[in-house]
Structures are given as structure tokens and as C-alpha cells.
Design a protein around this ligand. Structure first.
Ligand code: NI
Length: 175
């Protein structure tokens, strides 16, 4: 297991549409182990493959509270099969857009179809934090970020801030 680097805004790879996983082989299992280690170290509650630079449709999640035992969830090739008309608003953040939080409105409940680690097709209903998080992560594998759901004014402002920070960091490396 290893902690991988989390790519950050404005890295263009965050806009890639990830490829479906065709076979759950040793490489995919190693990727998932690394994604959990990376997510716990960050710390975060969800992570998509592309956030460690791998454009595969893989999502890991652990919504357990800090002091609880780990509750690892893996979603391979997840897709939303149903979304409620009812919406709910939660404050969201993202490990690829650190220290930025904004309220996002999404369907309050969704149903998700995915493959588990054994390649078995499963379906699950999600509400509350789980619904928010799984929609956020499925967005990632489609090249969508939570800032795409906020006003253009706020989005432009955060992109500008991160672009400027990336340029400053690049200059420091050159010096
Ligand atoms: Ni995110």
C-alpha cells in the first residue's frame, strides 16, 4: 500500500471522463488499497480514481465517524439509476479543491448500480450524506467537480485562486 499524490484544481486530468473497469485484477485491487490509504491520510470521506491520476471508474468511501471502526465501501463502475425529484442542500468540499467549501443542491435520494470487489453487480439506495458523497464521486469519474454546481461567479473566483496558487508553486520549484 502507498499514499498517492492527490491532483488538484486546475489540473486538467480532473476533467477527464474515466474509463469503465473491465476486469478487477491485481492492479485495480492495488489501486483501491492505495486510494483508501490516501483518503484516510488526507483525511477525507470519499475519493475517485482520477483524483490520484488514474482514469478508471473506481470510487472508495468511508462515512464512519472519526472514532468508529473503519467502514470501507468500494464502488466499481457506479452509475445513478434513479434520482428523487426532492432536492437537498449540503455543504461540500473536495480533496482536489482543498479548504474550499460551498453549499450544493442535489437530489435528496438516489439509487446506484455498481460492481463490488468480487465483480458482482449490486444496487443500493442512498440518502443523506451517503447520497451527497456518492453523487459527488460519480461526478468525478465523469469529469465534473462540485464547483460546477455553484454559481459561475463563485466558480470563476475559486478557479482563479487555485490557478494563481499553482503558478506561484511552479515558480518556487523553478527558483
Ligand atoms: Ni471531490
Amino acid at each position: 500500500m502507498a499514499i498517492r499524490e492527490i491532483i488538484k484544481l486546475p489540473d486538467k486530468r480532473l476533467r477527464l471522463v474515466s474509463e469503465p473497469v473491465k476486469k478487477i485484477d491485481a492492479g485495480i485491487r492495488a489501486l483501491i488499497d492505495d486510494m483508501f490509504e490516501t483518503m484516510y491520510a488526507a483525511p477525507g470521506i470519499g475519493l475517485a480514481g482520477i483524483q490520484v491520476g488514474v482514469d478508471k471508474r473506481v470510487v472508495v468511501m468511508d462515512l464512519s465517524k472519526k472514532d468508529d471502526t473503519q467502514k470501507r465501501q468500494v464502488f466499481i463502475n457506479p452509475e445513478v439509476t434513479w434520482a428523487s425529484d426532492e432536492k437537498s442542500t449540503h455543504e461540500e468540499g473536495c480533496l482536489s479543491i482543498p479548504e474550499y467549501y460551498e453549499e450544493v443542491e442535489r437530489p435528496a435520494e438516489v439509487k446506484i448500480k455498481y460492481l463490488d470487489l468480487d465483480g458482482k453487480s449490486r444496487e443500493i439506495a442512498a440518502e443523506g450524506l451517503f447520497a451527497t458523497c456518492i453523487q459527488h464521486e460519480i461526478d468525478h469519474i465523469n469529469g465534473v467537480l462540485f464547483i460546477d454546481h455553484i454559481s459561475k461567479l463563485k466558480r470563476d473566483r475559486v478557479i482563479k485562486k487555485f490557478t494563481k496558487a499553482a503558478k506561484t508553486a511552479a515558480k518556487k520549484v523553478e527558483a
